[in-house]
Design a protein around this ligand. Structure first.
Ligand code: NAD
Ligand code: 0WE
Length: 259
């Protein structure tokens, strides 16, 4: 029998951006775990510790560690710990974004300097910092991935500075892919359709957005975390060995439509 090469046994992944079971990071962690990957789950702060630790029993062998990705010392401490405990790293999942709430309402033209800075620091620079810290541990090559959204390329009302940050994130993926390719480290983005997660809660009109998305998308339904997880497992695996610097859409096909 030929063995599937979507087999992540003996591989280790670190996943950033798990807030709760609705998180896209959770959908990804579940699929990586199912493929046999050892998991390190990273949560932002003390407030999210209980939530993250409560999910561990569902991923036997996983551990949870705190890391605020806007803090260089926290990133250095996490990767020093990983160097000692797991040694080799194969997969890094960046599923983190943040802009101050007031930036996601009102007009884009009113974006503040500080709102712009925070959105880009947390949602974009963090990928560079994490990739630089992870690369020395990816001694047998690796797969780095991040989450993006269609608002990077077309205007989505109220997505505002996050759209600009996602455009920068997609460009960052290409520059990182070019740098790290010589180490056989691949870097890609998954562009997910809208999903009702914590990061989507409280965004005005999100329900209507989901409805319109499902109506217009070729598959006539919304995107599920597990579908993003499936693409992530593929990108983590040797099946995707020729893919780097790309943005892959997991959005029920929404992005292909002109009208
Ligand atoms: P989520 O709220 O579950 O995840 C966002 C995570 O970012 C949280 O776990 C939060 O703790 C973390 N985070 C924020 N600031 C941080 C910091 N300083 N340090 C460490 N972690 C920090 O929401 P989600 O929808 O799963 O978002 C995950 C990713 O998916 C984001 O990049 C988001 O832009 C992207 N995305 C979401 C959708 C959607 O509709 N939900 C669609 C496409 C892309
Ligand atoms: O990337 C995102 C959301 C990211 C996000 C969400 C929040 C809410 C809470 C970043 N920062 C914050 N800050 C907060 O205080 N998505 C792709 C989901 C999303 O958010 C939107 C969307 C979609 C889709 C906001 C407006 C319009 C559409």
């Amino acid at each position: 029998m030929t063995e599937s090469i979507l087999n992540l046994k003996g591989r280790t992944a670190v996943v950033f951006g798990l807030a709760n079971k609705r998180s896209i990071a959770w959908g990804i962690a579940e699929k990586l775990h199912a493929a046999g990957c050892r998991l390190i789950i990273s949560y932002q702060n003390d407030r999210l510790r209980q939530e993250a630790e409560g999910l561990l029993p569902e991923l036997p062998g996983a551990e949870a560690v705190e890391c605020d990705v806007s803090n260089d010392a926290a990133i250095a401490a996490l990767f020093e710990r990983l160097r000692k405990t797991v040694g080799k790293l194969d997969v890094l999942v960046h599923s983190v974004a943040y802009a101050p709430a007031e930036e996601l309402k009102g007009d884009f033209v009113n974006t503040s300097r500080e709102g712009f800075r925070i959105a880009h620091d947390v949602s974009v620079y963090s990928l560079i910092a994490l990739s630089r810290a992870a690369a020395p541990l990816m001694t047998e090559g690796g797969s780095i991935m991040t989450l993006t959204y269609y608002g990077a390329e077309k205007v989505v009302p109220r997505y505002n500075v996050m759209g600009v940050a996602k455009a920068a994130l997609e460009a960052t993926v290409r520059y990182l892919a070019a740098d790290l390719g010589s180490k056989n480290i691949r870097v890609n983005a998954i562009s997910a359709g809208p999903i009702k997660t914590l990061a989507a809660r409280g965004i005005g009109g999100f329900g209507e957005m989901l409805k319109a998305h499902a109506e217009r998308a070729p598959l006539h339904r919304n995107t599920e975390q597990s579908e993003v997880g499936g693409a992530a497992a593929f990108l983590a695996s040797d099946l995707a060995s020729g893919i780097t610097g790309e943005t892959i859409y997991v959005d029920s096909g929404y992005n292909i439509m002109g009208f």
